[in-house]
Design a protein around this ligand. Sequence first.
Ligand SMILES: CC(C)(COP(=O)(O)OP(=O)(O)OC[C@H]1O[C@@H](n2cnc3c(N)ncnc32)[C@H](O)[C@@H]1OP(=O)(O)O)[C@@H](O)C(=O)NCCC(=O)NCCS
Length: 171
Amino acid sequence: MILASSDAVKLRRMTEADLDYVVSIEHAAARNRFVGEWTRAQHKQALEEPGRLHAIVESVETGQPVGFILLAGIDSADRSIEFLRIVVDPPGQGYGRQAIRLLKRYVFDDLEAHRLWLDVKDLNARARAVYRSEGFVEEGTLRECVKGPDSYESVLIMAILDREHESAIID
Ligand SMILES: CC(C)(COP(=O)(O)OP(=O)(O)OC[C@H]1O[C@@H](n2cnc3c(N)ncnc32)[C@H](O)[C@@H]1OP(=O)(O)O)[C@@H](O)C(=O)NCCC(=O)NCCS
């Protein structure tokens, strides 16, 4: 089922048939410790949990998957949706930015969210740059909250509100 589409990418609902792909690209991305890693069974269980929305990002040009997105809290009484995870493969080709643009449209226009928020390691300069340039605001730092292999790592909370999304479209 297609959730949203642009000229470059589509978001479609993830199914169990996608899980081998999802686990494989997540496993590769998790090597740099920028994203968490779940087993196939954890992904399958999460797919079925209420309040979740798991999507595959597809290239319009090739029709092939180029990533995935996990959302949580889509039934939040506060209309505050968590952008839990994104992985694109290959990175650095613009798919991440295109997918995030489409996601914002879907979350604010179709799901009528008030707030879309995420956490990101401060070491993850690429992801932070994309989020910032797509209108996410840094709201605070959880200082040294993750024990890394060499040192403690800090995590930023970032969010965008519905009115910020609207005004970016009008500008
Ligand atoms: C983070 C991620 C989703 C971004 O998607 P992407 O397709 O690679 O990113 P894009 O190609 O759309 O854009 C990258 C932008 O960051 C910039 N960038 C790249 N490396 C950078 C760095 N070290 N510092 C600052 N900016 C950087 C690029 O110049 C580009 O900006 P531009 O569009 O203005 O030229 C993707 O790289 C990914 O899946 N990474 C691994 C998993 C991950 O980190 N997920 C996020 C966890 S919070």
